[in-house]
Design a protein around this ligand. Structure first.
Ligand SMILES: C[S@@+](CC[C@H](N)C(=O)[O-])C[C@H]1O[C@@H](n2cnc3c(N)ncnc32)[C@H](O)[C@@H]1O
Length: 427
């Protein structure tokens, strides 16, 4: 997975991603399969986005914690999903796998329990015409003009804001955001969804919050009118990214299904219908996606109660557990998601799960071991191969967990055999 970032459409500077700092890739299980997994994990240490078109376009719009590296997603889809086959990402997040599946001419379903993830993935994959893209930019200019006018008139807010927003934004920034939001609400449906996500993409940047996954605050001195100006710039950037993605998609383009669904149930995906699952579930005890997106969801009017209840592996759920309890709980959650994956896979289908090791207190939770353990109790899913690469661990309080054996990111391939025999622990 790459570090959360927010690249411009034509970046000037190389950005480092976590995928670039791994070392040798170690392999296990089927040699041919593990070689393809290793190739997908071992993304070249290049910041040259021009040389990697799959990194340049829609992926970079809107930050999202722990995105998969697009090159990894692209290689996994092309290696393991048959042409014309159906690819599922049940933890789609910002849509990386579905985007690469569409670019590779595969059919795709993307699901996530986080409504913001679903909105974002839908937007990135929506085939806007050139006229629609032009309309989005034109409306953004009008939205900005409305906000500028209200600022000059010193107009008050159009509605009451909760204390959380009053604390998070400078008063003049909150007023500008309020005007932008009010004007967006008045735009036509084709444009509204896109502009709402543009607003979402800049909320943290103009707030006192340090970053998407940080609770720390800092003072930012933003000039009057800056937020509205940034809004137009981000809209132009989105439209350029959408056009770049459209240009690298095969014609005709297959439109994916993008839905809210719980990955431990997969109620909206037909049984036995999926050829390849390519996915990166949360790293246990590492992020709180529902909390990280609480403010954005509030601004977009998204209901997150289901997500708060159903998020797997969240840091808040694991924070007070002893390491042995955390391990047992995570194996239980893995069993549920692997069970759902097994049910929707076609016989002969494969699931590639990307997951890094985590730690609770000073004890490492090794993702490869825990997935293999969970898999033993899942009918019809068998570990076939893995590739693992050392990745740095930045979390001070749990650093000791990786002192003797370093933290790794794993690509684990599980298969649903044609004649199902149950798990045999082939890793
Ligand atoms: C590591 S992120 C996926 C990132 C994605 N691969 C990308 O490139 O943007 C894990 C995702 O799991 C989602 N998630 C957590 N619990 C879930 C659940 N029970 N069902 C579906 N999605 C869930 C989170 O909302 C988050 O988007």
């Amino acid at each position: 997975m790459s570090e959360p970032d927010d690249r411009p459409a034509r970046p000037q500077k190389a950005r480092r991603s976590l995928t670039h700092v791994g070392g040798e890739v170690e392999r296990g299980g089927s040699p041919a399969v593990s070689e393809a997994l290793a190739y997908a994990l071992d993304v070249a240490p290049s910041g040259d986005v021009e040389a990697e078109p799959e990194r340049a376009d829609v992926h970079g719009f809107h930050v999202y914690p722990a995105r998969m590296h697009p090159t990894t997603a692209s290689r996994l889809v092309r290696s393991f999903a048959p042409e014309g086959g159906l690819v599922l990402d049940p933890f789609c997040g910002s849509g990386t796998v579905a985007i690469e599946a569409v670019a590779a001419g595969r059919r795709a379903i993307a699901t996530d329990l986080n409504p913001l993830a679903v909105r974002l993935t839908k937007l990135k994959l929506r085939p806007f015409s050139e006229q629609e893209r032009a309309l989005i930019v034109a409306r953004a200019e009008q939205v900005r003009a409305f906000a500028d006018e209200r600022r000059k008139q010193r107009a008050g807010a159009t509605r009451r804001y909760p204390q959380a927003d009053v604390d998070l934004f400078e008063p003049h920034v909150l007023l500008e955001l309020d005007s932008l939001r009010a004007a967006i609400m008045d735009s036509e449906p084709t444009v509204k969804g896109a502009l709402e996500l543009v607003l979402s993409s800049l909320l943290v940047k103009v707030s006192r919050q340090r970053g998407d996954t940080s609770d720390r605050t800092e003072t930012r001195r933003l000039a009057a009118g800056y937020t509205a100006k940034l809004f137009v710039r981000k809209t132009e950037e989105l439209v350029a990214r959408l056009a770049a993605f459209a240009a690298r998609c095969p014609s005709p383009r297959r439109n994916p299904r993008v839905l809210v669904d719980d990955a431990t149930l997969l109620e909206k995906v037909d049984e036995g219908s999926v050829d390849a699952i390519v996915t990166s579930p949360p790293y246990v005890a590492t992020y709180d996606y529902a909390d990280h997106h609480e403010m954005r969801s509030r601004w977009l009017g998204l209901r997150t109660d289901h997500f708060f209840r159903g998020e797997v592996g969240s840091r808040r759920a694991y924070a007070d557990l002893e390491p042995h309890e955390a391990r047992a709980s995570w194996v239980g959650e893995l069993r549920k998601m692997l069970g759902a994956m097994s049910r929707v896979l076609t016989p002969g289908g494969v699931a590639i799960v990307l997951m890094a090791d985590s730690a609770v207190q000073n004890v490492a939770l090794r993702a490869d071991e825990l997935v293999a353990e969970a898999c033993r109790d899942v009918a019809g899913l068998r570990p076939v191969a893995r590739a693992s690469q050392v990745r740095p661990h930045f979390h001070g309080p749990t650093m000791a967990a990786f002192r003797s054996v370093p933290r790794k990111e794993h690509a684990l391939l599980l298969a649903r055999p044609r004649a199902s025999k149950g798990g045999d622990g082939g890793l």
